[in-house]
Write a protein that binds this ligand. Sequence first.
Ligand code: SAJ
Length: 433
Amino acid sequence: MKLCVIGLGYIGFPTACMFAANGINVVGVDINQKIVSTLNNGGLHIQENGLQEVAQKAFASGNLIVSDRVEEADAFIIAVPTPFHEDKTADMRAVISAAESILPVLKRGDLVILESTSPPNTTLDLIKPILERSNLIAGSDFFLVYSPERVLPGQILKELIENSRVIGGINHASAEAGKKLYQTFVKGQIILTDATTAEMVKLMENTFRDVNIALANEFSRLGDRFGIDTYEAIKIANLHPRVNILKPGPGVGGHCISVDPWFLVEAASDITNLIRMARRVNDLQPEYVTHLIKEVLGCLENKRIAILGLSYKPDVDDLRESPSIEVASLLARAGAVVKAYEPYKLDVIISGIEIEESMNETISDAQAIVLLVDHKQFRNLKGSDLKDYTTSTVIIDATNSLHERDWVDNGFLFYRLGAIHNSKFSTQVICSQ
Ligand code: SAJ
């Protein structure tokens, strides 16, 4: 069995490694020469827990090669990005060109799997017609499947193995062929369904999370307005056996949850008001956090602000759609002098922001420290640890991971998103939009 994995990003590369480490002959393909040469020279282009070991195992087995060309194979997995355009419509160019790259080598009996998150009906209406330009018929001459990746960045390898795997075939034979392939390493339940249902499952999962986080973020604004600790209220509410509210924060980032719900809005704009509104609430959260910082400092002009964390969530190096970057940029645009430290990506460049290589350099001359991402190295930061290294007496926690008492005892003014406890603050900023 020979497998060609097209797209060696956060999903494609770990997937290629897993198959190779489990005895499948894999060609990993990427159009980005830099990725191909990094991997061929023994390097890694992404950071992910445990990936180094699995990649080493895969290459050492002789089962994995990396190339910039799609080759003849028995199965193909398309794992390329599906970002959105400026107007929030899905950008399917990478998926289309990946499908077209299979066309010249597609033969009778092959299996083609789309893993990229895609709008409903993509497999049937976009991929199938492209592949049938080969004069082979999908479902009878070759098998066609949509099988979404559903793994959490930071836990990709573990979840690739343990999560349940949805396999949506354009017919039953296709779904069965997909099952046979993924069974190589998947230990979770394998569920067979049709292609469009599988596409919807993926979009529904991420949309559920987005709407739930939007609710939590809206609760944080209500908490600030009514002078309560939103996190405590959520904790208590979640004791109810049928309630599970997620966590407020500076917004929703990443290439999945902040993007995928738009695919549903695009596909059916007349019946997706809630989904659209949730996206707007989450997109406005960085503005809300910026406003709170302004309220704390009186004004932003010329204020020296130290930002801790720029990635889209804790313990990853991924900056895509990061709300923290948006907060930093909004502060800088409002005239603040912003320094930032992202321990997982020291070489990031953001216009208007001074990027530092250590926390101490970032906070030394600050007037306020703002925690935006609760990376493990920030999670238990204490006022006693920092007070000798900073001129700041203000700490603002947008992640609910610091202990107020300790900071207050060490002379800091402590503010937490969703628990501002200060009636002089206005929360009237953006909530009506
Ligand atoms: N966030 C909050 N509050 C929370 C949880 C998350 O503000 O309570 C924020 C995070 O800080 C981050 C964003 O939401 O900015 C998204 O983070 P995440 O950890 O919820 O999700 P992703 O985007 O890293 O991964 C999601 C996962 N989907 C679900 O959990 C339903 C993952 O399983 C998917 O494979 C992935 O999207 C994807 O590729 O679609």
